[in-house]
Design a protein. Structure first.
Lengths: 227, 214
């Protein structure tokens, strides 16, 4: 297999995931619906005042984004494991790390990117001052790939354990905390009129680090799980 | 004859139970290895060990010993494994399943329609696999055999859910593969109606049977 066929394999694998997601829409729409529900319920519960809502908006949006990504995480490799596709990926002549990266990318395009696109709407509902919108979008744009990559590691580790959902959340939540701190701090500083570039660069660094190393971890975890 | 598989003193322990111990065998090009044994004897485990999906408790398997030194990934291209789980995506159609399987195998699927016709799925190509019968889903999985460039096939119960016509067709394909210098390792509770020239049988018995385990 040469480089060109690796590329077409990655594309084919991502297309496969999209087709499966399109034919099982409820699975991919559920997390987004969850985000929208929480974001609409908050102003009703807390009250529509500017000061309170605008103050908690970055935190709420990010916490919801984290929980939403955990919601669908268990399924990332579950179907592939159950129908035997995961075994075939392990045995494929293509490097497993590359296939893991393809899975992470399609997961991000299906779960992370819609969240980024949805974020101005969430910001509007939660009355986030307009100065914070761009930073919020940027933090989500940099942060959701980290979520996808980390989730993939956890999902690959727990895929063979029948009901690994609770364990998966326990494994992943502590790893998400630095991300949460930097992302909300970035939005907070732009709300205060300060530059957020420092936090954003940190997030970008995290993203590059996780996207580089996660495929290796996912591949190793898959090899253990298919045993 | 070139050796494709050599296994030395394989032992496997699953869930605290010894499935088999000190199993040694080799498969040369053009040979068929029929692994036999009762349910739970460890046939699937053995096949997964040969395919490299499982590590044996002891012993070792060498695939393509002549090639392993200069090209460590050679075996990945030359091995085709179809296990109990057929790797057929329930949401995808037969045609889409065929395409993705060929991609993963690194095979060129020149004419998917021809393959579909051969395995008797023509006319059903645009129906999601979950709406097809078990035998038809099995045919989607086995369609890989017509496009794969692999020399060594490892097939776990390939005849499951197939009708007599399908079994006949599969054995014809086996014969052609062996004729072309390929090898097959398979498990089947069913006797082969086709008699390959180089048929080896490997029986796995319960090692622990005399100890009173079941």
């Amino acid at each position: 297999m040469n480089k060109a066929s690796y590329r077409s394999l990655v594309v084919a694998l991502m297309q496969r995931d999209f087709k499966v997601a399109m034919r099982r829409k409820s699975d991919s729409i559920n997390p987004l619906l969850f985000v929208l529900m929480v974001v609409t319920l908050f102003p009703i519960a807390v009250g529509p005042s500017h000061e309170v809502l605008g103050r908690i908006a970055p935190g709420v949006i990010w916490v919801v984004a984290l929980l939403a990504s955990l919601l669908g995480s268990e399924r990332l490799f579950r179907d592939d494991y159950l129908d035997g596709s995961l075994e075939q990926m392990v045995l494929s002549p293509a490097p497993l790390e590359l296939l893991a990266l393809a899975k992470i990318s399609s997961h991000w395009l299906l779960s992370g990117l819609p969240l980024v696109i949805l974020s101005p709407f969430c910001a509007l509902l939660l009355k986030l001052p307009i100065e914070g919108w761009l930073t919020l979008m940027l933090t989500l744009l940099l942060g959701t790939p980290i979520l996808s990559a980390m989730t993939a590691i956890g999902a690959a580790l727990t895929v063979s354990l029948g009901r690994g959902g609770a364990l998966l959340s326990l494994l992943l939540l502590p790893l998400f905390i630095p991300l949460l701190i930097f992302a909300t701090a970035a939005v907070d500083s732009s709300l205060l009129g300060m530059p957020a570039i420092g936090q954003l660069l940190f997030l970008a660094g995290f993203m590059v680090l996780t996207l580089t190393l996660a495929p290796l971890a996912v591949a190793a975890a898959i090899k253990v799980s298919v045993n | 004859m070139a050796l494709l598989v050599t296994a030395q003193q394989l032992s496997s322990v699953r869930a605290g139970r010894t499935l088999f111990a000190d199993l040694s065998f080799s498969v040369s090009a053009g040979a068929v290895l029929h692994v036999e044994g009762p349910n739970g004897a460890g046939k699937s485990t053995l096949l997964r060990i040969i395919a490299g999906l499982l590590k044996p408790q002891a012993g070792q398997v060498q695939l393509f010993p002549q090639h392993s030194a200069d090209d460590p990934d050679y075996w990945r291209r030359q091995l085709l494994f179809i296990g109990h789980k057929a790797a057929v995506k329930a949401e995808l159609t037969a045609l889409e399943n065929l395409a993705i399987q060929a991609q993963l195998d690194g095979a060129d699927l020149d004419d998917p329609w021809q393959t579909l016709e051969t395995v008797g799925l023509l006319g059903l190509e645009d129906i999601p696999a979950q709406q097809l019968s078990a035998g038809q889903q099995r045919r989607i999985a086995l369609a890989r055999l017509w496009s794969s460039p692999a020399q060594l096939w490892i097939l776990d119960e390939p005849f499951t859910a197939l009708d007599t016509r399908g079994i006949e067709l599969l054995q014809q394909r086996f014969a052609a593969h062996v004729h072309g210098g390929g090898s097959i390792i398979l498990t089947s509770h069913q006797a082969l109606s086709w008699q390959p020239s180089a048929l080896q049988r490997l029986s796995i018995k319960h090692v622990d049977a005399e100890l009173g385990y079941e």
